[in-house]
Design a protein around this ligand. Structure first.
Ligand code: ADP
Ligand code: MG
Length: 238
């Protein structure tokens, strides 16, 4: 299981500071939620870990190894996006296989990984369908499956539930928590939704304006918010 450490990470777009001198240790196997209002820098932080944005300054380590200058493909993390980003002309099986084919993995190994991911996500019966023949929730599972087949060191989720309706969102919350328990993987999940954070996280990082306000367990943060901002945002008395 994988630890991720951020050391004094900053990010500017032009002259606008979006992440300011942020330090954070993410422990192996935790389901860490970055929680904060829209625009506070959650996606930017996640994208810097994934290598989709450069850090302006500071360092990022995965399993003790500095990776903030490494190409995204060499970091061993897999990101799941809000909009799924599935290939519409490919079957579910092909969507799951595509990334592995591209890195030249032997077919037998690809098939094995696709089967394992399909079993884990209970979508064996969907493998020959196209994305257009799937529900929103099923598409979301394919997007997660595409991360699982990479066997990454850590999973990064950027608001993956925000396109789902309320019932499906709550079901998927439960599924993701179960998946985390089964895989015992390090997962970071970004959301502005307090309920998502409270129900799924083993650890919450409350963010505000590019800074960390508080890190703690859901219950710890709820009972003892460290700042007025956290109290207001979580909705418990300060
Ligand atoms: P969140 O995910 O918490 O909603 P973001 O990380 O997307 O926040 O954005 C944080 C801030 O950085 C916002 O003010 C946003 O407008 C700005 N921002 C994000 N990406 C870019 C970019 N590529 N260029 C300029 N500003 C950006
Ligand atoms: Mg975002």
């Amino acid at each position: 299981m994988t630890s991720i450490v951020l050391k004094r990470v900053s990010k500017k777009f032009g002259t606008t500071s979006v992440i300011s001198d942020l330090s954070l240790a993410i422990d192996p196997g935790e389901f860490t939620v970055f929680l904060g209002p829209s625009g506070c820098g959650k996606s930017t932080l996640l994208r810097m870990i994934a290598g989709l944005e450069d850090v302006t300054s500071g360092e990022i380590e995965i399993e003790g190894q500095r990776i903030d200058r490494a190409p995204p493909g060499e970091r061993g993390v897999a990101m799941v996006f809000q909009n799924y980003a599935l290939y519409p002309h490919m079957s579910v099986r092909e969507n799951l296989s595509f990334g592995l084919k591209n890195i030249g993995m032997p077919k037998a190994q690809i098939d094995e990984r696709v089967q394992a991911a399909a079993r884990m996500l209970e979508m064996d019966a969907l493998l020959e369908r196209r994305p257009s023949q799937l529900s929103g929730g099923q598409r979301q599972r394919v997007a997660i499956g595409r991360a699982i087949v990479k066997e990454p060191r850590a999973f990064l989720f950027d608001e993956p539930l925000s396109n789902l309706d309320a019932a499906l969102r709550s079901r998927t919350r439960v599924e993701l928590s179960r998946l985390h328990q089964r895989m015992k993987a390090t997962m970071i999940f970004v959301t502005h939704d307090q309920v998502e954070a409270m129900t799924m996280a083993t650890r919450i990082v409350v963010m505000n304006q590019g800074r960390v306000e508080q890190v703690g367990t859901p219950l710890g943060i709820y009972r003892r918010p460290a700042t007025r901002f956290v109290a207001g945002f979580i909705g418990s008395p300060a």
